[in-house]
Design a protein around this ligand. Structure first.
Ligand code: CTP
Length: 450
C-alpha cells in the first residue's frame, strides 16, 4: 500500500483544497491529511485563520477524500509523521516548491500545481473589507505601528490618517491619505483606531460612534468610569463595536499566563508586582501640554494583570507620585498600591525614572516571572521552591500583540459582537478608567518631593 501525506490549514475549505486532496490521493492508496493547529498557525505567523481547528478538520473529513486526519502541532513534525506513519509520498501545492526538498531523505516529495485564482486569504479579504481610519497623536510611536500592522490583517484596509500634529508621509513611511479634519476621515471609513491624548478620547470616541463607526481606542477610552459606561451604552444602542486597545491583552504568552494562574498553577495569588518605565516619551518636545503622564503612558498596561488576576473589587488604592518641579502637571514617577481583601498589588510607572520592567505574580505554591519588557513578552517562567519543578513557556508574538488585537477587532465588526471579551472585558475597562479618574481627582494621592 502506498501512503501519501499532505498538510494545510484548510481554512474556509475551497475548490483549490479539494483539487489538491484529490490529486494527492491519486498518487497512492491511502491519504493522510495533516491539519495545522491554531497555535502552530499563530507560531508560523498565520494569524488570520477564521475557523477553529475542529471546523477545519470536519470540513476536510466531509470531502470524503482523506483516509486519516492528523493535527500538525509543531515545527519539524512532518519528519516524525513520515517515519511513524510509514509514509511513501509527501505531496504539497507548488506554492511550496523547493521548501520541502529536505524531506526527500525520508520519502518521495511531490509538488502539485496550485489551482490558480483561489485561496483562503483571498476569500477572507473579499468577504468584508473594513476600512479603518487612524486618528490621534502621531507623536505616539504606536500610532504608526497600527498603520503598518493593518497590512497583515485580512479584511482590513487603512482608510487614512488624521493627526492634529502634521505627519510627514515620508517619515511615516506609509502610503495613505492624510486628513486635516477628523470628520472628513470619519466620513471615509467604517471603523477607527483612536490614539489621541487621553483627555481627548471620550469626545473623539463619541463623535465616531454617533457617525456610526466602530471604534478601537487606546486605553483608557475615557478618564471617568461613568463616561466609559456611557460610551459602551452608546455603542450598544447603535449596534457598533467599541473595543479598548491594550496590546498586551492580546499577547498569547500573557493570556496563557493568565490561564495558568486561573487553573491554580501557583496556588492562590497573594501579590502582583508590575513595573513599566520609559525615559524617552515626550522628552525632546518643548511643548509640555503634549507630554503624557506616567499614568497615561503606562497605567493601563500595568493595571491589566492586577485587575484580570485579582479582580476589580479592590478595597483601597494609594497613589504615590513624584512630579517634575518645572512641570508640576507631569508625574515623573508613580507607584500604585492596591489592597484586596486577601492580596496586594504594586505597580511602578515612570516617565523620568528607569527600572527593570518585569512582572511577578506571587502565589502560595510558586510564582510566575516575566522578564522585561513584560508587556510585550513571548516568554515567562513558573518557578517553585524546588527548582526541578520550574517550567518555561514560549509563545510567538507578532506585531507586539497589535496584529492579533486588530484581527479580533475586524472579526468582532464582521460578526457584530465583541469577541474580545475573553481578552479584555468591560468591567476591567471601566475599572481602569475609574482608577485613573480617581488619581486625577487627587483621591488617595501622596506626593513626594522631586
Ligand atoms: N492549495 C492549492 N491551490 C490553492 C490553494 C491551496 O493547491 N488555490 C494547496 C496548498 O498548496 C496546500 C493546501 O492546498 O498544499 C493547503 O493550503 P492552505 O495553506 O490551507 O490554503 P491557502 O488557500 O493557500 O491558504 P492561505 O491563503 O491562508 O495561505
Amino acid at each position: 500500500m502506498i501512503k501519501v501525506i499532505t498538510y494545510g490549514t484548510y481554512d474556509m475549505l475551497h475548490y483549490g483544497h479539494i483539487r489538491l486532496l484529490e490529486r494527492a490521493k491519486k498518487l497512492g492508496d491511502y491519504l493522510i491529511v495533516g491539519v495545522t493547529s491554531s497555535d502552530y498557525d499563530k507560531y508560523r505567523g498565520k494569524i488570520n485563520v477564521e475557523q477553529p481547528l475542529l471546523e477545519r478538520i470536519n470540513a476536510v473529513r466531509d470531502t470524503g477524500i482523506a483516509d486519516e486526519i492528523i493535527v500538525e502541532e509543531y515545527e519539524g513534525q512532518k519528519i516524525d509523521d513520515i517515519i511513524s506513519y510509514g509514509v511513501d509520498i509527501f505531496a504539497i501545492g507548488s506554492d511550496w516548491k523547493g521548501k520541502f526538498d529536505y524531506l526527500n531523505e525520508y520519502c518521495k516529495v511531490v509538488y502539485l500545481d496550485r489551482t490558480e485564482g483561489i485561496s483562503s486569504s483571498e476569500i477572507r479579504t473579499k468577504e468584508n473589507k473594513i476600512r479603518i481610519g487612524i486618528a490621534g497623536d502621531a507623536e505616539q510611536v504606536e500610532f504608526m505601528k497600527y498603520c503598518t500592522e493593518c497590512g497583515y490583517v485580512n479584511g482590513a484596509e487603512v482608510a487614512g490618517i488624521y493627526s492634529e500634529k502634521k505627519v510627514n508621509p515620508i517619515v511615516a513611511n506609509v502610503e495613505t491619505t492624510f486628513f486635516d479634519d477628523y470628520d472628513a476621515l470619519l466620513d471615509t471609513c467604517d471603523a477607527v483606531y483612536l490614539a489621541p491624548h487621553p483627555f481627548k478620547r471620550y469626545e473623539m470616541v463619541r463623535r465616531a460612534l454617533l457617525k456610526g463607526k466602530h471604534v478601537l481606542c487606546k486605553s483608557p477610552i475615557a478618564l471617568d468610569g461613568e463616561q466609559c459606561r456611557e460610551l459602551f451604552e452608546l455603542a450598544d444602542e447603535k449596534e457598533l463595536i467599541l473595543m479598548e486597545a491594550i496590546k498586551t491583552a492580546y499577547s498569547t504568552a500573557y493570556n496563557r499566563l493568565r490561564l495558568l494562574v486561573k487553573s491554580g498553577k501557583i496556588g492562590k495569588v497573594m501579590s502582583i508586582n508590575a513595573t513599566c518605565t520609559s525615559l524617552a516619551e515626550g522628552k525632546e518636545s518643548g511643548d509640555f501640554r503634549h507630554h503624557w503622564n506616567a499614568i497615561d503612558s503606562w497605567g493601563t498596561i500595568a493595571m491589566l494583570p492586577v485587575f484580570q488576576m485579582l479582580g476589580t473589587e479592590y478595597k483601597d488604592v494609594r497613589y504615590i507620585c513624584s512630579r517634575d518641579k518645572e512641570h508640576p502637571e507631569i508625574d515623573a514617577f508613580l507607584e500604585m498600591n492596591f489592597i484586596y481583601p486577601s492580596a496586594t498589588a504594586n505597580i511602578k510607572l515612570g516617565n523620568r525614572v528607569k527600572a527593570e520592567g518585569d512582572l511577578i505574580v506571587s502565589g502560595t505554591k510558586g510564582y510566575i516571572y516575566v522578564p522585561a519588557p513584560w508587556w510585550k513578552t513571548d516568554y515567562f517562567e513558573v518557578r517553585y521552591e524546588d527548582p526541578s519543578q520550574n517550567a518555561r513557556y514560549f509563545y510567538q508574538l507578532d506585531g507586539e500583540g497589535i496584529r492579533f488585537e486588530l484581527v479580533q477587532f475586524v472579526r468582532s465588526v464582521r460578526e457584530g459582537r465583541p469577541l474580545s471579551d475573553a481578552n479584555l472585558d468591560r468591567k476591567t475597562t471601566e475599572c481602569i478608567s475609574e482608577t485613573i479618574s480617581n488619581y486625577y481627582k487627587g483621591n488617595h494621592v501622596i506626593q513626594l518631593d522631586w
